[in-house]
Structure formats: structure tokens, C-alpha cells
Design a protein around this ligand. Structure first.
Ligand SMILES: [Zn+2]
Ligand SMILES: [Zn+2]
Length: 201
């Protein structure tokens, strides 16, 4: 029920605009709930787009897409974090733009990947991790401690050639990681094994 004051003072001008934004459902609009709707209108001023974004801006423009502060912030987060899950990217972006949500980050990462600006790698069972497009390595992931090491792609050249020759298979060694035990974990396991053996009568 509307307050009596609304009837006494017909809504006009900017007051009306503000009111409809706060109460979209009373007008039968199909916007998401107020909370989600509000996310598209961050209260804090949008970050200034500096010269660093030129390359992304050009890439977007070539595809007829618009540069937005969110897109730049997501790319910046991927660049700074390295091996960043969407959640980690979201957390970093929210430091600057608190209104950005995980859905926007997912969509932006997908877009940036389609544009060839970022690429994703599966390092383990969890979410994929994102890096800038130039980041091409074979990843070695320790399944004990989660440590990530990187080797050059050509380290697997021999395997890649053999697979291509025998099966016509073209190896993409960068998409998933090789899983194993890192040196530190292996040495610790060996040491524990030695202690156990010494304790045994
Ligand atoms: Zn990497
Ligand atoms: Zn380890």
C-alpha cells in the first residue's frame, strides 16, 4: 500500500525516476530483485580508465564491443594474480568495485577468453584458473601440498610427436596440469618412511 503522501504529491521529475528504481515490482517491471538490480548501479564512482587499457579497448572495439571498467578490472586481476580462480578474481575486483558479482566475473572471463586475451588451465579438481594469453606452460601440480611448478611446453615435444605419429592426436599440454608429488613432499614422505622403519622393532 502506498503512503498517503504519494497521492497528495504526484510524482514528477527526478523524484519519479528515483522512486521507480527503488520499487520496480510495483510497476510490474521484470527487473531482478532490488539487491541484484542495485548492483548495476554502484554508488562509488567508476574507476578511471587509463592508458593501460588501450590494448583491451582496441581488441573489444575490433569485435564491436564496448570497453567497461569491469572488463579492465577483471583483466588486471588475472594479470596480477596469475593462476587465478574466478572467485579469486572476483575478490580482487571487489576491492576496487564492490558491486561486481561473481556472475559478471564469469561472463567477463568467458568473453576475454573468446577474445584470446586470457586462457584457462585446470590445475586440479577445483575451478579452472585463468592467466593471460601469453602464459603457456606445462603445469606440474603437487597433489599433496598443491604447489604449482611450470615447465616449457617443448619439454613434452617428444611425447607430442609420438602421439601425433601414432594416433594423429594433437597434444595441448597447457590445458590440464600434470599431477604428482613435488620434491619437498617426496622428501618429507621419504623421511617419515625412514622414521617409521627405525621405530619398527
Ligand atoms: Zn602457469
Ligand atoms: Zn608438495
Amino acid at each position: 500500500m502506498r503512503p498517503a503522501s504519494d497521492a497528495e504529491h504526484p510524482i514528477v521529475g527526478t523524484g519519479a525516476a528515483r522512486r521507480t528504481e527503488r520499487h520496480p515490482h510495483t510497476l510490474g517491471w521484470t527487473h531482478p530483485p532490488d539487491g541484484a538490480h542495485a548492483r548495476h548501479h554502484p554508488a562509488s564512482p567508476a574507476p578511471t580508465i587509463g592508458e593501460v587499457d588501450t590494448e583491451l579497448r582496441q581488441t573489444l572495439h575490433r569485435r564491436g564491443l564496448r570497453m567497461t571498467p569491469q572488463r579492465q578490472l577483471v583483466l588486471d586481476a588475472v594479470t596480477e594474480l596469475g593462476h587465478a580462480t574466478p572467485e579469486a578474481v572476483c575478490t580482487r575486483v571487489q576491492e576496487t568495485a564492490p558491486a561486481v558479482n561473481i556472475t559478471t566475473v564469469y561472463r567477463t572471463l568467458d568473453l576475454l577468453e573468446q577474445l584470446g586475451v586470457v586462457r584457462h588451465t585446470h590445475l586440479g579438481h577445483g575451478a579452472p584458473t585463468y592467466a593471460t594469453a601469453g602464459h603457456e606452460h606445462v603445469h606440474l601440480v603437487c597433489h599433496h601440498c598443491g604447489a604449482v611448478d611450470e615447465i616449457e611446453v617443448d619439454a613434452l615435444d617428444q611425447l607430442a610427436e609420438a602421439l601425433h605419429a601414432s594416433r594423429g592426436f594433437r597434444l595441448d599440454a597447457t590445458h590440464v596440469a600434470l599431477s604428482g608429488t613435488c620434491r619437498a613432499c617426496a622428501e618429507r614422505a621419504d623421511a617419515e618412511l625412514t622414521v617409521d622403519t627405525e621405530d619398527t622393532p
